[in-house]
Design a binder for this molecule. Sequence first.
Ligand code: AMP
Ligand code: MG
Length: 487
Amino acid sequence: MVNKKINMERIGFQIDNSYTELPKELYSVIETKDVSNPSFVMFNESLAESLGLDFSMISDSEKAEIFCGNIRLPNSIPIAQAYGGHQFGRFTFLGDGRALLLGEHITPDGSRVDIQLKGSGPTPYSRGGDGLAALGPMLREFLISEAMAALNIPTTRSLAVVLTNQRVHRQVDLDGAVLTRIAKSHIRVGTFQYALAQGGVETLRALADYTIHRHFPNINDENRYLELLNEVIKAQAKLIAQWQLVGFIHGVMNTDNMAISGETIDYGPCAWLDTYEPKTVYSSIDYSGRYAFINQPAIAAWNLARFAETLLPLLEKDQFLAQKMAQDAVETFLPLFKDEWLSGMRKKLGLFSEEVEDEGLIDELLNIMHKQKLDYHLTFVNLTTNIDAYEKKFEFAEWLIKYRIRRSRQRESLDESIVLMKSVNPAIVPRNHLVEEALSHATEHDLSKFNHLLELLKTPFQYSSEQLQANQPASASSVPYKTFCGT
Ligand code: AMP
Ligand code: MG
């Protein structure tokens, strides 16, 4: 890395490297190589502002130098983090194979966020991979993570994309790119698994203490590690409920892709439900449907069981008792998820109060949607804006009678109900075909469609006519959508 003459101080980076105080086996310090000719693609001005960073004096070419890693952030100690993970059920040692943690930025309000480059070159954890990333997938992560943030779903964010002007070989040669990712942290369930497997109990304890201090500072219970487990379970129950409510399929819920902070992380083969088919799988390598839409809550519970079992040595000396504590904790996940999901579904239907029969009403709706192959998003948009159109469908008519009776039992007016629905049922989501179309132009260096879609996705609850018009399912003739990992 070189220190070029850019006034970095004026931008406002406050970099700390607290992760490097953890046991050495948890990371590797990286000597980076210069990218010879980087160029600017995307920058997230509003995110930068919210982090207290001022780039108004920085040109696009200087941004490219900063966000490919050519210019070191003040005080940054770049590292690659080690982690492991159950990939499709099998444990493997992994780590940042193509990412670099530049450090932790302390924002003006005192919060701490990781700044990470993705696609920045090989590391000791690359396992034969090239350590690089192609422009399309990095722009895809930019778009979808920003859409998730606008939907109020916890997620890592995207600050910048730059071209490396280096070719990346996949099936064909592609443009290389680096994404700058912002996260509460990059600590994963797999980081804990690695700490125990590679370092032992004291490394695990150091990581757990660090995580509590950083993410759950209010924990001060007698059994802080059990509390940590419970907090992570709660955060994941909230997160997965939001995925299910909005029709998001992560696609590769390996334990290395589950963040302890409760943020959505690692946008690989993720995609959006269109027709309501609960068994939908888009990932080209998910042959058994392990990560199908409907399986996401159960898979999250499975991953949390791996987290709980990793924490066993910290929970209690008596390992029999520890197992019981871990099991009891993990068993709270599905009920917690269900509560979150039900309360979210009530909002999607404009219901303020809770009635025991609500679950039946919701199930009935989902069954109709499934049987009639209805579009998940349009169904809720139509219930919000154009409920009468559904009268025509016989099964819907019956359901609608029950639904209207249910709504009439609440004190709140129909208008209030619609306001609630508009605040949770997005008028637009990053539908797969919209994303693909935008990317096909963006990878040919025409960003106009990409930027336009990004703008529409930034205000998903605005209900503009343009959003509603764009939010159409793919034409029936489209070939089944497939997504790919690690691209
Ligand atoms: P992912 O499927 O993106 O979650 O990646 C799984 C693991 O493979 C992580 O440890 C990544 O760092 C690593 N990986 C993915 N792509 C590459 C690449 N091109 N070069 C090196 N490592 C990679
Ligand atoms: Mg990953």
